[in-house]
Design a protein. Structure first.
Length: 187
């Protein structure tokens, strides 16, 4: 898909209005804070956190949860990169994030929903039903903060975030289904 077709496909005034509003809210301290928040969905952090989660899952003898984690994180990352190269949507011109990849879909938002969504599922499985609301609240808060950080920094448009959520939801749902199926087979 060439750049002109890609640009026409994604032109929408709502995206530009949201991007412009976040631009008007920027400050040096806000940029510093949101760069820290966005780090928690960077590939460096996600690899580290995934290794830690795998070690904990292994030590808790819940090994059936490991393969779905690889599927969710790997599938989300690979599909995001494929879609970025297919659509080639340019980033917002006032982005404070330096990157060489296209804008659609947001890799940070996709991996945030995929990883932290699955982490919440794993924690609920390991800690039982009594902490479900707290675990879900924390996971949703982290996912939303990361997504807002991408908007604040000008790295993405709102439609990039929505597209990322749709993509990663598919992998998350299939991964949770895989976990439940593997658990039943391991009992």
């Amino acid at each position: 898909m060439n750049w002109l077709i890609s640009q026409k496909l994604f032109e929408n005034s709502f995206d530009l209005q949201i991007a412009t509003w976040f631009l008007s809210q920027r400050s040096d301290i806000g940029i510093a804070i949101f760069k820290i928040i966005t780090f928690f969905a960077s590939w460096e952090f996600i690899i580290f956190a995934s290794v830690m989660v795998i070690i904990i899952i292994y030590l808790k003898n819940e090994k059936y949860l490991i393969t779905p984690l690889f599927f969710i994180v790997g599938g989300t990352e690979i599909t995001t990169l494929i879609l970025k190269n297919l659509f080639l949507r340019p980033r917002f011109m006032y982005s404070v994030v330096e990157t060489t990849t296209a804008s659609f879909p947001s890799g940070h938002a996709a991996i945030a929903l995929a990883f932290y969504g699955y982490l919440a599922y794993v924690m609920i499985k390991c800690h039982g039903i009594k902490k479900v609301r707290l675990i879900i609240l924390v996971a949703v808060s982290i996912i939303l903060l990361i997504s807002v950080s991408r908007l604040y920094l000008g790295a993405h448009y709102l439609s990039d975030i929505v597209g990322a959520y749709l993509l990663s939801s598919v992998f998350l749902i299939i991964g949770i289904w895989m976990s439940n199926k593997r658990r039943k087979n391991s009992i």
